[in-house]
Design a protein around this ligand. Structure first.
Ligand code: SF4
Ligand code: SF4
Length: 561
């Protein structure tokens, strides 16, 4: 491979790479505003100027191709003077309203002002004033004074969202961003422009002024909005989720996520509709109960049915750990083969960027860990018809809304003799339940999902629930680290009384005289990897932050039911 030398370090590069790309691949950071690894090169901000020996002038590292034997200097006197000049120029008209800017704390301009500028301005004239609160679309606000005209947002709409909506107008210091006449920036990926805007010129309508970045903690997670499984960070303050942002994973979602996933997949966690305690139906009304009473009532009621009268529905929204425990509980403890899950397919949701027509995060995982009817058991259609024919009299539903999915069966489901649900929030089905167990959301538990490409990915608790809090109380810090987040982040804020499905079923199994022997989600996953071929050799450490491929072909059963 050819070599270049940057600041005395000789590094290899691939033909066709620019200096900035070659440097970045080897961990050498050259400052940049307008350059982004996934966008075309515009070369307008000039902060990436470097000195190349035998070239008469400084060159921009983002558009200069690396070539054999090139000697590059990124910290020479000339380069530092150029960086100072660019920063002074960019800050001339910048409003410096960092104290009220959402971007403060994660702003490239702020960071580079410390790193690459002299810290003072010679400009004493009046700054140019521009519009500061412009709604570019339903989700993104624009502040013209903060914009440094890098054009990243324009190129993102053109090249990634494939929906040209933005352009520059005017020239010189009057230049600004507008949407094309009659257009607004409403593409399905519009909020990625907020992430890539190097300053606070683009902000989220949903998150505006909600929190300072340094007051939040962030936890790596996975979006639950569809089977792509985009990698995310969950941002929390006082045990409340305030925003999701995309996390880079080149194999899954690159740097992006869609606006639906970003905005609509976490609001249920702190919603008023959260189920905050087990509930039992008493004289027609659902009333709160203790975990012990709910478990005892469930066990005694399930015992009154023979196994052919019981059906269980797992969930494409639940983790592999929850579904594996459900399948094991169903087959070995309830002894029924009537087991399936609901496929949620919406062709209108899909596009050729990230969004898939399966709008759940774990159909593949549910199927792989055993949520399938036994040879003589009923699948989802068979279960529904048997409920109608009153052959199935007891239904155990995990984390889904069967009435929303199959409204024609509402009367039949309402006529069940026993209807048990694990649910995070109230929904159409919980209104008809006899027993409800409050289940933890994706943001409150450890677990795994398998995405559409067969990548197993981890979720971790970003907010605490009451039971988890009790269980963790008194644990050593090294053991707490197993839970993926720092315990002290959970110290404040309201907590929900909920548990992961695998844990609820383990409690039921124990009361029924059987042991599932799972103390942590990791125990469940260890058993999955021992017993399910597709997961062989995987554990939570192997999966790490970027996911691991399953060891088998993807079964092609994800279909409209
Ligand atoms: S709004 Fe942000 S991303 Fe768009 S041109 Fe201005 S600084 Fe760049
Ligand atoms: S494409 Fe799917 S997984 Fe990715 S952010 Fe959107 S809804 Fe979430």
């Amino acid at each position: 491979m050819p070599n270049i030398n940057i600041d005395g370090n000789t590094i290899e590069f691939r033909q066709g790479q620019t200096i900035i790309e070659a440097a970045r691949e080897k961990g050498i950071d050259i400052p940049h505003f307008c350059w982004h690894p996934k966008l075309s090169v515009s070369g307008n901000c000039r902060i990436c100027l470097v000195e190349v020996e035998k070239m008469p002038k400084l060159v921009i590292a983002c558009s200069t191709l690396a070539s054999e034997g090139m000697l590059v200097h990124t910290k020479s006197e000339k380069v530092i003077a150029a960086q100072n000049a660019v920063m002074e120029f960019l800050l001339i008209n910048h409003p410096l309203d960092c104290p009220i800017c959402d971007e403060a704390g994660e702003c490239k301009l702020q960071d580079y002002a410390y790193k690459y500028s002299l810290g003072e301005s010679r400009f004493v004239e009046e700054k140019v004033h521009k519009d500061k609160r412009v709604a570019l679309g339903p989700r993104v606000m624009f502040d013209g004074e903060r914009c440094i005209s890098c054009s990243r947002c324009i190129r993102f709409c053109d090249e990634i969202a494939k929906d040209p909506e933005l352009t520059f107008v005017q020239r010189g210091d009057r230049v600004t961003i507008v949407t094309y006449p009659g257009e607004e920036m409403d593409n399905s990926y519009s909020m990625n422009t907020i992430d890539i805007c190097p300053v606070g010129a683009l902000t989220s309508k949903d998150f505006r002024f909600k929190a300072r970045v340094w007051d939040m903690s962030s936890t790596n997670s996975i979006c639950t909005g569809c089977s792509r499984g985009c990698n995310t960070e969950i941002w929390v303050r006082n045990n409340e989720i305030l925003r999701l942002t995309p996390r880079h994973n080149e194999e899954v979602n690159s740097y992006w996520m869609c606006d639906h996933g970003r905005l609509n997949t976490f609001k249920n966690v702190n919603a008023d509709t959260r189920i905050n305690s087990p509930q039992l139906r008493n004289e027609g009304q659902l009333v709160e109960s203790s975990w012990e009473d709910a478990v005892n009532e469930t066990v005694s009621k399930l015992k009154t049915f023979n196994k052919d009268q019981i059906a269980v529905i797992g969930s494409a929204y639940a983790t592999c750990e929850d579904n594996y425990t459900t399948a094991k509980f169903t087959k070995t403890i309830l002894g029924t083969g009537n087991l399936d899950f609901i496929r949620h397919i919406d062709p209108a949701f899909a596009d050729d960027i990230l969004r898939t027509e399966d709008i759940t995060p774990n159909s593949l995982g549910a199927e792989l860990v055993g949520i399938q009817p036994a040879k003589t058991g009923l699948d989802i259609k068979g279960i529904l018809n048997s409920i109608k024919e009153k052959k199935i009299k007891a239904l155990y539903l995990i984390e889904d809304d069967i009435i929303e999915a199959y409204p024609d069966f509402e009367n039949a489901i309402a006529g069940l003799e026993l209807f048990i649900i694990h649910s995070t929030n109230q929904n159409k089905s919980t209104a008809f339940a006899d027993i409800i167990f409050p289940s933890a959301t994706f943001a409150e538990k450890n677990g795994t999902f398998v995405n559409i490409d067969g990548t197993v990915q981890r979720i971790k608790p970003a907010v605490a629930v009451i039971e988890q809090d009790r269980a963790l109380d008194g644990m050593s810090m090294s053991r707490l680290d197993k839970f993926g987040t720092k315990y002290d982040r959970w110290a404040s804020g309201e907590k929900i009384n909920a548990l992961p499905t695998w844990n609820i079923l383990s409690r039921l199994a124990k009361t029924m005289g059987n042991k599932l022997k799972f103390n942590m989600a990791e125990d469940v996953f260890a058993e999955i990897s021992n017993s399910v071929e597709a997961f062989k050799g995987l554990d939570y450490d192997v999966i790490s932050e970027k996911g691991s491929k399953i060891n088998s072909d993807i079964p092609n059963k994800i279909k409209v039911s």
